[in-house]
Ligand binder design. Structure first.
Ligand code: 13P
Length: 341
């Protein structure tokens, strides 16, 4: 297979010991929502100013192996240096979100399918030229009483595999992201059942479409109680259910599982990851690719003001350090207390 050695090496580097991925690929409407929460106007300049805090935080490379960027950011420069070059010079792999978002799935009310396959081969070639080393595509599966349908699970799995094959053809490691949403009153058992079906269907399609499993990373949800479920599973229950679900569905050839945070609090996302790693060894690296759980305190500390850059960077580095510790099961709540004093 063309690019095989490079794909294997990049996929491994993304889950290097003690490190994980920063998801900073919020689309323009999503970053506007985040900025609205701190009362800051979202402009091309303010988006770059905020992300510059993250990309230039000193020492972040100790815990961060790669950053997922949005199209706009991949083309921006900081003090004259293109963002992908700036990250690479610090030993951080630049990645790019390539899907065009989850859209209503015709024939399946309440369900979504992710679009963006048309023209993807050409876009991937351009992203590789601009310095990207890996890509991301997110599929969304919603749980309610009578969904997800098989049609939704299969349509999303098929699109994820087509994206992954195209990405590998361009020499870019695909992050394959099937996200079973945590919204709703469902139990953790129901989340486990739906996650198992979804991941199983995904690996069936990846196999059918000739995707090199050693050259991808999986970005799944954790197996959690629904947000509105009256009974919330404990950290240990979440860790056990998530590991069991992965063991049943994810081949050992896959180098890494890099979880999304999906709306969990930052501290809980770290505690869950740490508990799973404490149960190891596992056939795959268990790591993070968090958006909100790495950024929320930094966004709040920044509040749109240049003079808060140091505080924002300190908040980001703290979360990065905690998640770096969770990579080996070594996170404890005393790390939070130590940072608070
Ligand atoms: P969250 O960690 O905020 O869920 O974001 C991760 C991500 O990249 C979702 O696609």
């Amino acid at each position: 297979m063309q690019h095989e050695t490079k794909l294997r090496e990049t996929a491994r580097a993304m889950v290097a010991e003690g490190k994980g991925i920063l998801a900073a690929d919020e689309s323009t409407p999503t970053i506007k929502k985040r900025f609205d929460s701190i009362g800051v106007e979202s402009t091309e300049a303010s988006r770059l100013a905020y992300r510059e805090n993250l990309f230039t935080a000193e020492g972040a490379e100790e815990f961060i192996s790669g950053v997922i960027l949005f199209d706009e950011t991949l083309r921006q420069s900081i003090d004259g240096t293109p963002v992908p070059e700036l990250l690479s010079s610090r030993g951080i792999l630049p990645g790019i979100k390539v899907d065009k978002g989850a859209k209503a799935l015709a024939g399946c009310p309440g369900e979504k399918v992710t679009e963006g396959l048309d023209g993807l081969r050409d876009r991937l070639a351009e992203y590789a030229d601009l310095g990207a080393r890996f890509t991301k595509w997110r599929a969304v599966i919603t749980i309610s009483e009578d969904i997800p349908s098989w049609a939704c699970i299969e349509a999303n799995a098929h699109a994820l595999a087509r994206y992954a094959a195209l990405s590998q053809e361009a020499g870019l490691v695909p992050i394959v992201e099937p996200e079973v949403l945590m919204d709703g009153p469902h139990t953790i058992d129901r989340c486990e059942e739906v996650s198992e079906k979804t991941f199983h269907a995904l690996f069936h399609q990846l196999h059918n479409q000739g995707v090199l499993l050693e050259g991808i990373n999986l970005k799944p949800n954790m197996v959690l109680s629904g947000t509105d479920c009256p009974e919330q599973a404990s950290v240990d229950e979440v860790a056990a259910a998530t590991v069991r679900c992965l063991e049943r569905t994810v081949p050992g050839a896959v180098p890494g599982v890099v979880f999304l945070s999906g709306g969990q609090s930052d501290e809980l996302a770290t505690a869950h990851l740490s508990a799973m790693n404490a149960m190891g060894p596992h056939p795959w690296e268990l790591s993070f690719s968090y958006g909100r759980a790495l950024q929320a305190p930094a966004l709040k500390a920044w509040a749109g003001r240049e003079e808060n850059r140091g505080a924002a960077q300190a908040a980001f580095l703290h979360r990065a350090r905690c998640n770096g510790a969770a990579r080996s099961g070594a996170y404890s709540s005393s790390m939070e207390e130590a940072a608070a004093v």
